[in-house]
Design a protein around this ligand. Structure first.
Ligand SMILES: *Cc1c(COP(=O)(O)O)cnc(C)c1O
Length: 365
């Protein structure tokens, strides 16, 4: 066998059932997918407008350096353009970091459960994976610190954490950073940054100058509603980022993704509306959980994890009605489901279905 042996223990990413699959299987017309934390409101109307100007350029390679997007994102974040590394989604940035830093003989520390791709790429690079169980759904930073040794190359902090939605605050993060050796990179995955509104949610970009071993990840897939385009990025120290650029594929982000991201970035009013609707949706789910004494994690993201009972069973129940959510089983939390916050109407529909699930359970007791 010519394959790396690590690949034998991995599987291709399973995104869950597609809308068409569910329609066919259950003979349904209307399907609502709230399984991948995509934006239920789509994206800014400025995006399709911006794309029409590209129609004469299909034969041309994109700008590999993403000059215009780099300039715009740098201005938006108030950082230098040289501090940015763009990838085909954050997924590719996570792959680039892993490929550039991890190898046999090194280890990497992360929470469990957390976003699956940190572990996935560490395994491919043959690095040792040290997983630290969440404490009350949140990163156990003290336990994570105790796992770091001189061979630890990357610590992943998913903030807010997927699949729990919980977050590490500024004070906790600063305390943690004080204990991490400079030879260990701390990756702050802020895929849900725009949704995080807690007062003490860390402003990592202003902390970055204090920590040479920190890098911050953001994406256009979630609040910006551009998941199909694949556009994510890292913000770090220019000297570090320039080394990563050396390993990047020449044309890793498309002209379309770059143009879409530029247009979406300019429409901050759209983001504000989505964040407000998300907060209202979360509140509705909290009310539902409190009413029935169901455990849930307070979320700083656009999803909520609720311990509504056997995750697979509840998932199946909702699926038959045309609502695709995520069973916790595949996420390391089998006693519940993760639901992306939808439109107000979608949230009410899901809650109505969950009311039925709860009623059934209460009748059985
Ligand atoms: C969705 C997600 C990503 C990947 O996002 P893409 O930019 O679409 O690749 C990365 N990290 C976390 C925590 C996510 O939830």
């Amino acid at each position: 066998m010519m394959l790396k042996k690590q690949l034998l223990e991995l599987h291709a990413y399973s995104p869950g059932k597609s809308i068409d699959e569910v329609k066919r299987e259950y003979g349904l017309k209307k399907i609502v997918k709230l399984a991948s934390n995509e934006n239920p409101f789509g994206c800014s109307p400025k995006v399709p407008e911006a794309l029409t100007s590209l129609s004469g350029q299909f034969a041309l390679y994109p700008d590999g350096g993403a000059y215009e997007l780099r300039k715009q994102v740098a201005a938006h974040l108030n950082v230098e353009p040289e501090q940015l590394l763009f990838g085909s989604g954050l997924d590719e940035v996570i792959q680039m970091l892993s490929r550039s830093i991890l190898s046999a003989g090194t280890n990497t520390v992360m929470a469990k459960p957390t976003f699956s791709q940190y572990r996935h790429h560490a395994v491919i690079e043959n690095a040792e994976v040290r997983e630290v169980p969440l404490k009350d759904g949140t990163h156990d930073l003290e336990a994570m610190l105790s796992q770091i040794d001189k061979h630890t190359k990357i610590v992943w902090i998913c903030n807010p954490n997927n699949p729990t939605g919980t977050y590490v605050n500024t004070k906790e993060l600063e305390g943690f950073m004080a204990g991490v050796p400079k030879t260990t990179l701390v990756v702050m995955d802020e895929a849900y940054y725009e949704y995080a509104t807690a007062e003490d949610y860390p402003d990592t970009l202003s902390l970055l100058p204090n920590y040479e071993n920190m890098v911050v990840l953001r994406t256009f897939s979630k609040a910006y509603g551009l998941a199909s385009f694949r556009m994510g990025y890292a913000v770090g120290h220019a000297s570090f980022i320039s080394r990563l650029q050396a390993g990047r594929l020449p044309f890793n982000t498309s002209s379309f993704a770059q143009a879409a991201a530029i247009a979406a970035l300019k429409d901050q009013a759209f983001i504000e509306q989505c964040v407000t609707a998300n907060k209202q949706g979360l509140k509705r789910y909290y009310e539902f959980c409190k009413k029935h004494d169901i455990n849930y994690y307070p979320s700083q993201a656009n999803f909520i994890f609720m311990e509504v009972g056997d995750g697979n069973a509840v998932f199946q129940e909702l699926l038959q009605a045309g609502y695709i959510v995520r069973s916790g089983a595949g996420l390391g939390l089998p006693n519940g489901i993760r639901v992306t916050i939808g439109s107000q109407e979608e949230n009410e529909e899901i809650i109505a279905l969950l009311e039925k699930v709860v009623a059934k359970k209460e009748n059985c007791l």
